[in-house]
Design a protein around this ligand. Structure first.
Ligand code: MTE
Length: 347
């Protein structure tokens, strides 16, 4: 990656996390051309509802009305539409849908921020199944419907802070990860959990590149107590509709106190383990990316500062540069998980 000094408000043409990834993007771009462009409706930002009220419909102008319902099975559309508001909310302005679904990192579909929206649009997400294995009493291959059936869905409005120093505020729809995990009955040896993204080079052009800097399938992990924390969430929708493929349809992790790369997309496997699992970014750049990856303005990335972030959407005229908060502002809920740990060492 070219090392250059950025002005704080610059909108980067490529928000790339490592030199090798940057190079790979250039190779990837040469593969482009055979895919059609996806059209995104521009919507206006609004605020979340009051806590704990039924809200299947938002007031006009809140940014929800114009969000397209993409192709998805009827049962899933209905499930998502049945969401209730929750106590996990914020009065910060929502990031417009156009940015949430148009400015993405999903390297399986390319390295430019607009590649995932273009190239993931025809990704097949139905039928979908999830393999759950390892240190649990109820291993198996579950259909998405079986996984979701027992759970009520809720909306959670969370900040998402990318390690690249941009951020969004996103109204997710989904289920508590802890509630989902309790059904699998982790045993006493289950100290960690690993998540794995779909591996399907035919659908995912980024996985076809033999020169890719990232080894696929994309994998991520959590300590079991992190996974069982009430904030951890499995998303199946956003803005009241099913997840767009570029945001990780049909099932995507959301851990808002950690850098965005922990929030793995399009999950097909969950493995409960006794030892700390491999993760894609620790494999790719262990000196730059750690297993914990908690948002921390006191620990800079080796190549850039983590003290501030660019809240999207922004422009040269409106840089929207804001201070980054420790644990992305969720310290009250999660700081105890790291008591006594040196967060410079366990970054
Ligand atoms: N999951 C997979 N499978 N592949 C990816 O490239 N990118 C991560 C994360 N999950 C990624 C992924 C990164 S770096 C970020 S910042 C978030 O997804 C971005 O999520 P968004 O595109 O929904 O904003």
């Amino acid at each position: 990656m070219l090392i250059k000094t950025r002005k704080s408000g610059d909108v980067r043409s490529s928000e790339i996390t490592s030199e090798s990834v940057y190079e790979d993007r250039r190779r990837f771009l040469k593969m482009g051309g055979q895919f059609a462009c996806v059209g995104m409706g521009l919507v206006v930002a609004g605020c979340g509802d009051a806590a704990d009220t039924r809200s299947t419909r938002k007031p006009a102008g809140s940014g929800y009305d114009d969000v397209p319902q993409l192709s998805a099975p009827d049962w899933l559309k209905e499930k998502v539409a049945s969401y209730q508001s929750s106590r996990f909310t914020t009065d910060e302005t929502l990031t417009p849908y156009a940015s949430v679904a148009g400015y993405n990192n999903f390297y399986e579909f390319g390295y430019s921020k607009d590649d995932p929206a273009k190239y993931a649009k025809n990704m097949k997400t139905d039928p979908w199944s999830l393999v759950v294995e390892g240190e649990i009493e109820k291993p198996g291959k579950y259909t998405l419907e079986d996984i979701l059936k027992p759970h009520d869905v809720e909306e959670r409005i969370y900040r998402l802070r990318c390690v690249e120093a941009w951020s969004m505020v996103i109204p997710w729809v989904g289920v508590s990860l802890a509630n989902m995990f309790k059904r699998f009955q982790p045993n006493s040896r289950a100290r960690f959990v690993q998540f794995e993204t779909l591996y399907d080079p035919e659908q995912m052009p980024g996985q076809r590149s033999r020169l890719s800097a990232i080894k696929y399938p994309y994998v991520e992990g959590l300590r079991i107590d992190e996974a069982m924390n009430p904030l951890a969430f499995m998303a199946i929708g956003l803005y009241g509709k099913t997840l767009p493929p570029q945001n990780g349809a049909p099932l995507r992790l959301v851990v808002p106190w950690k850098y965005g790369f922990k929030s793995i997309k399009s999950i097909v496997k969950i493995r409960f383990t006794e030892t700390m699992p491999q993760t894609t970014w620790v494999k790719s750049g262990p000196s730059e990316y750690g297993f914990y990856a908690n948002v921390n303005p006191e620990v800079d990335h080796p190549r850039w500062s983590q003290k501030q972030e660019r809240r999207l959407p922004n422009s040269i005229w409106e840089p929207n540069q804001i201070e980054t908060q420790k644990f992305n502002g969720y310290g009250e809920e999660v700081a105890h998980l790291y008591k006594g740990m040196d967060l410079r060492k366990f970054y």
